[in-house]
Design a binder for this molecule. Sequence first.
Ligand code: DAH
Length: 346
Amino acid sequence: MESALQQLEDIEQEALKGIADAEDAESLDRVRVEFLGKKGRLTRVLRGLAAVPAQDRPQIGQRVNEAKERLARAVDARKSAIREREREARLSGPQLDISLPGFGQPCGAIHVLSRTMAEICDILGGFGFCIAEGPDIEDEYHNFEALNIPEDHPARDMQDTFFVHGGRVLRTHTSPVQIRVMESLQPPLQIIARGSVYRHDDDVTHSPMFHQVEGLMVDEGVTFSHLKGVLTAFLQRIFERELPVRFRPSYFPFTEPSAEVDIGCVMCDGSGKADGVCRICKGSGWLEILGCGMVDPAVFAHVGYDSEKYTGFAFGLGVERIAMLKHRIGDIRLFYGSDLRFLKQF
Ligand code: DAH
């Protein structure tokens, strides 16, 4: 009996020392398992009770249980102490520098063509033009005939036009929207039509699908000076500088008189020279940028407008061309290639 109690006392002392010496949660747990675990040393004492005389068993059993409780409390206390010490160490250790820059999130951006389109429409919207829409698949009447482009006109050539079954075409320009608007509205009107157009054409500066913005203004007393004023102001805004603008006589079936508009070359500033002859304007100092004119009375006749009473101007421009000149992009195919190295520059 005495020796069993002594043995118990020794085990408890040894366990208390192990607990006090444990420096971290793992070594503390090892001590706990060694003494209090299912196969631990105190449990083994309980199992050994069979060999103890029956009258001594209750006392020894009770002492084992008391020892177990004391040790369990000692383990808990030591566990809290270790945790507290680790917390102190964390708080007094090197501090987190929250002024360091974080890792940036990669973020998408509006495509340069969409942005150019939006800029064009914003500027013209500011001049009072409202947005009108028309279909991409057009009938030949709206795409050609009503615009005074007769059956035998070269613009109807198979080379340029994509034909769709049922006598329809992929619109070759946004000008048919002019006709659709005038068929449904009476003057005064002032609209722009934006969107995709399609031509059988494919090289560095031409794509089978590209984008145009068309403008139309009809009222009593609209003159060529209005057209010049609107387009000059527009071009200076879109290119963000006071560049020279000139109107060069030209021909379009749906306008009379017609003009092509040139701006001073954005590369050589109109000098024609940039490391030799300027590549962009080929030395002329001018860049053709859009087509325009006064609406031909033959067009008014198709939509039933009185051309004695009303006059109007129209213009059409290529969005890709403006974006290419504005951002000095050399190949139209870059717009459609989804190459992030290109897109990320904008
Ligand atoms: N539709 C012409 C084209 O695609 C562009 C154009 C020229 C539109 C003169 C017009 C205009 O409204 O008056 O080449």
